[in-house]
Ligand binder design. Structure first.
Ligand code: F0G
Length: 457
């Protein structure tokens, strides 16, 4: 008999979490105006709001914390991070930043001006925010398959070559660089193939453009390449990572994901000139170039995390857990984005609650139901997140209306995943009885989902 699969670590420290009653949760969610961001974390039993900064560090990372060098300039921790970036990702130059969006802010301050167009696969919200804030346009060139949740495609994060070349041809003078998000969070944690990254590189060279990777979940992307792309089965994750990044001129990184730290990020690049230009903004926005918003101990933990996050056994444990939850949901007949992504399971709320009008925010309604059912916190990736059209002020209804269940790294067991799956099944069984969704009572002009107040429709 084959031995069953088991985690590639054991647990040395635990954090108690508390179950609550449905009655308690009804009061709490009402007081939070049906916005899960406004709950206190101790009102949540299983927190799948995000996989960002919520992972468990290893004993080795905690040891590195003790070795942190807190010197203002030239700290050994900076050089530790530099060595890790050079050996794992292959970039010679880098700037630490306090998280991913800060890296975007610094790099885009150098590269983007008003009227520019930045093509890529579906841009993450903060990436898009930093582009639009500079009065530039984020052009989504993701393959069409990504927008049909029932379709199985091994690399739903891929960039469509025709869409990309069309825009390079027609608007080339307005394009400073192409950005590829690996894995593509907005389309469901879906990977991009090496073949596709090479295609982007070829087109970029043909039209003389830079390529930037938004790399938050680059290691999960490499894992999918090893499993799914022809010719990569016998390569190590590190070899694949280097081959991926060989297609890029620069990268932004939210280290809160695949470097398994609670806070941190960086920009890395090949060009000394770009490093010099970005250094000016880094000093203005983040901190001196050898710490850029991070403490020495955090840079040490990040460096260690880059090595651990690119180990096959760790990645296999990680992605198998996400897949486990996805499979349980699929066995119950619950509609999810297929195939299951790297960091999260995305439930298709349009197909889960088809009888609710889109004006009543199906995915948010589902997320509130899941919280009430079992104290599980997911997040809406749908019409609330999409905000209003900046010109018409009408609500925007995106192609996909999803509830994301993002799994923190090395934090929960599959028993927790079972609770989530059964809670959703219970809701699915009584879905027809959910007759009313939610309506907006009060909202901010942009990024409204964080602070919006809702009420029952
Ligand atoms: N790029 C991607 C693909 C992301 O998923 C995120 C963050 C960022 C950039 C920004 O990084 O948070 O460190 O400033 N994603 C989190 C999430 C917030 O929940 O998916 P950050």
């Amino acid at each position: 008999m084959d031995l069953p699969f088991a985690e590639s670590y054991k647990i040395k420290m635990v954090e108690p979490i508390r179950k609550s009653s449905r009655e308690e949760r009804e009061t709490w969610i009402k007081n939070a105006t049906y916005n899960l961001f406004k709950l206190r974390s101790d009102q949540v039993f299983i927190d799948l709001l995000t996989d960002s900064g919520t992972g468990a560090m290893s004993d080795r990372q905690w040891s590195e914390m003790m070795l942190g060098d807190e010197s203002y300039a030239g700290a050994s921790s900076y050089f530790k991070m530099k060595d890790a970036i050079q050996s794992v990702l292959g970039f010679d130059y880098f700037l630490p930043t306090h998280q991913g969006r800060a890296a975007e802010n610094v790099l885009f301050s150098v590269l983007i001006k008003e009227g520019d167009i930045i093509p890529g696969n579906s841009h993450f919200d903060t990436t898009k925010g930093h582009i639009e804030y500079r009065k530039a346009i984020a052009a989504d060139c993701t393959i069409d398959e990504a927008f049909d949740t029932t379709l199985s495609h091994p690399f739903k994060g891929n960039v469509d070559a025709v869409k990309l070349e069309n825009i390079l041809k027609s608007k080339g003078d307005k394009i400073p660089f192409i950005i590829v998000t690996i894995t593509c969070n907005s389309s469901g944690g879906q990977p991009v193939s090496i073949e596709n990254l090479k295609m982007v590189r070829r087109l970029a060279d043909k039209y003389g453009k830079m390529v930037v990777f938004d790399s938050a979940r680059f290691a999960e992307n490499a894992y999918f390449i090893k499993l799914r792309e022809k010719g990569y089965q016998d390569k190590t994750i590190r070899e694949i990572v280097l081959e991926m990044f060989a297609c890029a001129d620069a990268m932004t990184m939210s280290a809160k994901k695949d470097a398994i730290v609670n806070m941190g990020g960086f920009i890395a690049m090949r060009s000394k000139e770009l490093h010099a230009k970005a250094s000016v903004y880094n000093i203005m926005f983040e901190g001196y170039i050898t710490y850029g918003g991070m403490s020495g101990r955090d840079m040490n933990a990040l460096a260690q995390g880059l090595f651990e996050g690119t180990e096959f056994d760790y990645l296999e444990t990680r992605i198998k857990q996400v897949e486990y939850l996805g499979k349980r949901l699929m066995d119950f007949g619950i509609p999810v984005q297929q195939p299951i992504g790297g960091h999260a399971v995305f439930v298709d709320a349009k197909r889960f609650l088809p009888h609710l009008p889109k004006e009543e925010f199906q995915a948010q309604t589902l997320a509130v139901e899941l919280y009430l059912e079992a104290g599980v916190r997911g997040v809406e990736i749908g019409a609330l997140l999409a905000d209003r059209d900046p010109v018409t002020r009408e609500n925007r209804y995106p192609a996909l209306e999803l509830m994301r269940l993002a799994i923190p790294r090395r934090v929960y067991t599959n028993n927790h995943m079972d609770v989530v799956a059964v809670a959703l099944k219970n809701i699915y069984d009584r879905r027809d009885s959910i007759r009313k969704g939610l309506k907006i009572v009060d909202e901010a002009p942009i990024m409204r989902h964080f602070t919006v107040s809702l009420d029952l429709a």
